[in-house]
Design a binder for this molecule. Sequence first.
Ligand code: PMV
Length: 345
Amino acid sequence: MTSFFDKFVKINAQEFTSKWMAPSNIAFVKYWGKRENQIPANSSLSMTLSECRTITQTHFIPSDHLKVELFLDGKENPAFSKKIFNYVEKLIPLLPVLSKVHLKIETSNTFPHGTGIASSASGMAAIALTMTDFLYHCSGLSKTLDFYKEASFLARLGSGSACRSLFGGFTTWGEYSSNEFATPLEVHESFKNLNDSILVVSSEEKKVSSTSGHGLMNDHFYAERRFTQANFNLNRCVSALQSGDMDLLGSILESEALSLHAMMLTSPSPYILLLPNTLKAIEILLQFRRDTKIPVYFTLDAGPNLHLIYPESDKKNVLTFINSELSHLSEMIIHDRLGDGPVLC
Ligand code: PMV
């Protein structure tokens, strides 16, 4: 894969501005645990979202050394500037041109930061897209379909799950694609308008970062079984998505969500990201499904917020249910759905 980048090794920096919108994604099969260089310990699969997204403009200015200034919602953010500086610095051996550029990044999200709605996924995907754009501009080469694979590769090095935000629909990372970048997955017609209503139970910054969480898988007693389970679930999830089997898909979603949190609960330094209202909402949802047989299922990211996944045909009933029985348990609800992927602005 690094050969993808050989064509950019000798390029010189030119002044350039690039602006991209990149969506967040919600994993159906969770990536949890990694090896060197953000290589995942297991395969994962996600649904690209539509409304939860990051818009990023990067102004690249030739310079005698690497410099990064990042503005979040118009305000300079030294912590993020440092984080992105470290990320770009690590890319220099692959892309020497990055040692001779000043990046002025202006970014904003359409959803609250740090809530377990993956702002790192959309954020890193958007930055990677502007960087890939810059590389093509400086090289004078025309973009091919590899553009998105290359952006996915670069996004992965910033935040693993970000590599899945480079494509619309559903994507896999690991099996069915590569450990180095994600690949879109064709699915059954009935899943092309799936909804995701996100119950933001708490928008507080999470107490344990994903990086620490991945780290705790290194000497987790159940790690190997978890990686086997995830790879097994990936195959079942692909077959559910391709055959249109919502009940199978739903059972995998819920098993994966609870397995992710079970890893946190049983890690060498255990921690709990679920809140009482998360569990209450799950109980109410399960009862609703038993009573109505409406196929609405939950999943969770690394946080307390509940993602309710359901088909478009049940939207009216599910929205009525959410408004009457769940809204009091959450700070806000974001109604999202399957998205088409990044857009050049
Ligand atoms: O991309 P990271 O390193 O922030 O890891 C995120 C992992 C989960 O969001 C918990 C699961 C996933 O596959 O997105």
